[in-house]
Design a protein around this ligand. Sequence first.
Ligand code: ADP
Ligand code: MG
Length: 149
Amino acid sequence: MERTLILVKVDGVQRRLVGKILSRFEAKGLKIAGLKFRQFAREVIEEHYGEHRDKPFFPNVVGFMTSGPVCAIVLEGPEAVSVCRKLIGQTQSREADPGTIRGDLGISRQFNLVHGSDSTESAEREIALWFQEDELVDYTLCDEQWLDD
Ligand code: ADP
Ligand code: MG
């Protein structure tokens, strides 16, 4: 079983898409292990996007992601990291395939609604950044036996 970090970004919250985005992951069969909603500190956002620190778009992304509340979610499931990246679609929403979250709901590169960890290593780092260990919940859903082989 794998865990991944999902963020419904500020634009997703502003566009009232938290429920719609979360329901896509739930419908796929992923399980919510953690969930929080608030405006996060600049330090958290800067650390989260640390790999992009030297890129020209870094200040814009940090500015945008600190401008309002964000919904942070830990999802759990078989190959959760890659499954979620596929559901999310390409960074540039205009090029993201129809059927993906960005492909169906977005048309921007920067304001692309949702973040998903890009590897199991990133997921581990990002989950530790956004959640305390005791904020993650271990439980069983009644249909789990039908969702993995
Ligand atoms: P992804 O979120 O698909 O993993 P990246 O890790 O490459 O994409 O970039 C992180 C975030 O920074 C993107 O989701 C997007 O919000 C923003 N971003 C990426 N590239 C650009 C760009 N060239 N101009 C503006 N914003 C960008
Ligand atoms: Mg990324």
